[in-house]
Design a binder for this molecule. Sequence first.
Ligand code: XLS
Ligand code: CA
Ligand code: CA
Length: 441
Amino acid sequence: MEYFKNVKTINYEGANSDNPLSFKHYNPSEVIDGKPMKEHLRFAVAYWHTYQARGVDPFGAGTAVRPWDDISDPMDLAKAKMEANFELCEKLQVPFFCFHDRDISPEDKTLSETNKKLDTIVSYAKELMKTSGVRVLWGTANAFSNPRYMHGAATSCNADVFAFAAAQVKKAMEATKELGGQNYVFWGGREGYETLLNTDMKLELENYARFLQMAVDYAKEIGFEGQFLIEPKPKEPTKHQYDFDTATVIAFLKTYGLDKHFKMNIEANHATLAGHTFQHELATARINNMFGSIDANQGDMLLGWDTDQFPTNIYDTTLAMYETIKAGGFTSGGLNFDSKPRRASFTPEDLFYSHIAGMDTFAKGFKIAHKMHNDGKFEAFMKNRYSSYNSGIGKEIVSGKADFKALEKYALKIDDIASSSGNQEMLEGLLNQYILGGNSN
Ligand code: XLS
Ligand code: CA
Ligand code: CA
């Protein structure tokens, strides 16, 4: 059955097209640097926002109108959404989707009943994959929605909850492997705290590390070769989330000897909540060899919560793709639209308009970033800015030869330090030139 009857396959029609159901910048087969754009960008649809979200907010019920609204049996509904997923991805020319276990299949009274249902849906998705090229970018477990996780999952004060979460993640990893998922994501849903008056932070962090180590061991045992990703977020739902930002997660992984098993899944809106730019989080991952994947969205600078909006800010996508290119591009990762249309954008067609806007903004950002990287003007400026470390005393500092005494001896002889301008506004003007035309394509 066709779910999105008003929409045909979305094609590239070029920047001047008047057709809102077309790509203006995303041309999947356009070859850039020896690879088609679809392989550079590796777009993915997020199952939870696209098929589960109803537009609920704290002040009102859901508004969404969806083609599966009349289906009441939970398993029929789960199957219908899976069929709709393949149709939507194919029509959007999106090669991947991402899911939580509970997005694709409903929770039942007991874990074994829930697992049986998940098996049924996983087999059904596998069946649909036989006639579709759409694949899984990553899977994950929803260990935060059910009330049992009110105190967290791996960081719960209750050992039974820790055990339940372990069983759930074990099963979600098996499902991800079965569906050929290229990565498995850990987002610490409620791994954090509300008050230190009742929280043993040391035990919680140690348990969290134990949990991740068990996951690493189990992946090895079952031969899951996908990449493990960890997704930082500073707050929401808890006041303090342990995976605060990329630097915090890297320090945590290193503290517990887990760093070689993980890379980062960086979400733009989470960067904003942590008080960082998206580019900062990506750069932090890159310089630590932990760049993995991206949750593509944007927040609202005037609101302090996780609004998960479709990314339409060309500055952000350009700089995100610039970092991605500098990191060597995606390997197992990609651009997952962890984004939802606004509550008043309630029609099925809005699911398409929103993805098209996000895909075009990233495609254009990628093209601009590619040109910036190829031209090398920013890199050359930066290289020159640090050139004092290439010879003389600078070379001695970076090669580890200099010590405090040697530097004092040197400093005592300096009469005048020659500073040069950082030229920030000149560089911002240059970035504008790339984005607004001129030097861009
Ligand atoms: C929530 C997170 C979540 C993860 C997957 O804020 O973004 O959706 O990406 O569990
Ligand atoms: Ca996310
Ligand atoms: Ca988010």
